[in-house]
Design a protein around this ligand. Structure first.
Ligand code: G3H
Length: 200
């Protein structure tokens, strides 16, 4: 199982949360490197299943591998509700209550008119079930919060740890199921970009 965030988006560049932005030039470059990585590392005799969210930045990241990935709404980024499109600094200054409540309990906090990590975990059930049934290599191109939740499940980490799991941009996390869980390897692919942690 390969897990990766989409390539850097316009929103990532400006530290904005959510939205449906396109890839930045660096993000497009990552899409090429990712395709190369898959070509080099996929077993010759097996087709790689490519799953994305319904958002443009994940579909664009898959384009160099396939024009028709399987798109899942369940893989869409955590819904930031009224904060969608804002930067973290804007949230902190313009919505101090939201900022304080989320900082106090990032796992359970639900954005007004949006979601919490707990909500994301719930909606990921069908994806996880299908992922466990997969017999061929599967590349999941999704978003920071969603990948944190999938990673925590597969690596048997407590769900409450999700919000602090490191899932950097332009990195492929390779998880190989074994008898006792999953073996993990991480591959940082170029281009290196400053990860502002937002806009998953
Ligand atoms: O808003 C999108 C981010 O990917 C979620 O990150 O839970 O650390 O704010 P955060």
């Amino acid at each position: 199982i390969w897990l990766t965030r989409h390539g850097q988006s316009d929103y990532n560049q400006h530290g904005r949360i959510g939205g449906d932005p396109e890839l930045s030039p660096a993000g497009e470059e990552y899409a090429k490197h990712l395709a190369e990585f898959v070509r080099k590392n996929a077993p010759r005799d097996q087709e790689v299943a490519v799953w994305t969210s319904t958002l443009r930045r994940t579909i664009q990241t898959a384009t160099k591998i396939t024009r028709s990935p399987r798109t899942w709404r369940a893989l869409d980024e955590i819904d930031a509700g009224v904060c969608d499109g804002m930067t973290y600094d804007q949230v902190r200054i313009e919505m101090p209550d939201v900022w304080a409540a989320r900082s106090a309990d990032k796992f359970r906090y639900r954005y007004p008119r949006g979601e919490s990590y707990e909500d994301v975990i719930q909606r990921l059930d069908p994806v996880i079930i299908q992922l466990e049934r997969q017999r061929s290599p599967t590349l999941v191109i999704a978003h920071q919060a969603v990948l944190r939740a999938i990673y925590a499940y597969l690596m048997d980490r407590p769900p409450s740890e999700c919000p602090s799991i490191s899932v950097p941009l332009h990195t492929v996390i390779q998880l190989t199921p074994t008898a006792y869980g999953c073996e993990e390897k991480r591959f940082a692919l170029p281009p290196h970009v400053e990860d502002q942690g937002a806009g998953g």
